[in-house]
Design a protein around this ligand. Sequence first.
Ligand SMILES: Cc1cc2nc3c(=O)[nH]c(=O)nc-3n(C[C@H](O)[C@H](O)[C@H](O)COP(=O)(O)OP(=O)(O)OC[C@H]3O[C@@H](n4cnc5c(N)ncnc54)[C@H](O)[C@@H]3O)c2cc1C
Length: 496
Amino acid sequence: MGSQPNDARTRREIYHEADVVVVGAGIFGCAAAYTFAQQGRSVILLERWMHEPDRIVGELLQPGGLDALTKLGLGHCVDGIDAIPCHGYNVIYNETPVHVPYPPRDQNGRLTNQWYGHGEKGQRDVGRSFHHGRFIMQLRKACLGHENITVVETEVVNTIRGEDSDQILGVETRTTDKMTGDKTPDCFFGQLTIIADGYDSKFRKQVTTSKPAFRSKFYALELIDTELPQPGYGHVIIGHSCFPVLLYQIGTHETRALFDVPMGIPEASPDNGGVRGYIKNHAIPALPESVRPAALKALEDGKIPRSMPNSWLPATKQTPRGMIVLGDAHNMRHPLTGAGMTVAFNDVLLLSELLHPSRVPNLDDSDTLAAAMKTMYWRRKNYTSILNVLAQALYSLFAANDRELRALQMGCFEYFKRGMTDGPCGLLGGIIHRPIILAYHFFSVAFLAIGLHSIELVSAGPLGILKTPLVFVDAILILAKACVVFLPLIWREGFR
Ligand SMILES: Cc1cc2nc3c(=O)[nH]c(=O)nc-3n(C[C@H](O)[C@H](O)[C@H](O)COP(=O)(O)OP(=O)(O)OC[C@H]3O[C@@H](n4cnc5c(N)ncnc54)[C@H](O)[C@@H]3O)c2cc1C
């Protein structure tokens, strides 16, 4: 820090030396590189493939993520990419829809119905959905145009450690010559190396022994010129006949369909036509009628749809010795709720505040860096505990595979139907940052589920009243299941 921009550029370009080396020009890496550069740091951003990514991830940005992106000075990156405003969700349970919009704010910007019900009037926050690759190219363009950033297309293959200490000094890379295909070794040095190399991180194991776990994959189709029942809303299809399906428009003519397929389900066995068979015979029939023709057409090419694992990786504490690992490499949750980018942008915001040059002039000051990372670990829980728990808990309910979970799934839908939408959708949208509100709504759903299930039992035929003892047993089982789903998650995400 402190050198003139031109000196710093020379140091980056000739000597490959900067204040910060960022690995991965994806969602986290671009936002981090840009933010540190805005604070006057000299940044080298390393990315293995600079062409526009064609991926099925990171296509719906929640309002809470858009707000963080705007605070980082990158709000313009959702402009000019045919992004579609997203006003909330349309949840379709066994073919019955319920409208779950993001909550309105009063004149003072407050959300007045966080605990109960929903407001009708007031300005509502809005998210955006888009082609992931187009958004990434906008983020990269912002970095390429910044005088304090040098972007290099190269693959990072290793970290470089000091000879006498385990301090990370930078990274080793291989740069491919596009004409010959030859790979040239190179090195880049920084006071701090930020690793943001995504879900399949090569470097995660240097800071944690935790590995991502997944029990399902999302298979993707791109539907052309289809009509969603509620344009401008993300659609979540749940029910008895299939596992969750997400639908959201990512461009004027394109709609993304993501089909959750748990590992090893018999409906997707080779005898039943594999994943294509499951999508065709179970998932597409559960879609709104207006969407089915485009979904069948998208499946026509005969290929297995592209897929991604739906990973769960709780964050771990890091003792930085010149390097920190962040983004998906550090923390992942089921993508059902579209929270990954919201977590990433809020993390960049928090990190840049904690490492601001006025607080941490030298990033190679290990003790100050360690203290900042410890603070970050706990402070980020204000939003990650909500977004991560919600993603995992909702997935358990929406992919219900037993009686109690099905009762909770129905309870959740009925909760929305009774108008309890502002709190849940504010949490989902990354707008509400109070974990206690999540606990309140989760257990309200559980008690509603118990009530509804009990009524269903005793009102089933003339002898229903004889089932009263069963009502108590089931009430305990449903409450116990809600606790089993929620409490370990909130303990892991909120308190450890
Ligand atoms: C199916 C699915 C759907 C999702 N949908 C949404 C959604 O709608 N909304 C949402 O908010 N989140 C969503 N997510 C999550 C979101 O995509 C991620 O949280 C987000 O992309 C994480 O950003 P990142 O920067 O950590 O990783 P990435 O965005 O994956 O970026 C990693 C970058 O590092 C580069 N890289 C990797 N290795 C190297 C190397 N060795 N050298 C140089 N460069 C390297 C990669 O090329 C890439 O550019 C979804 C996830 C999945 C699985």
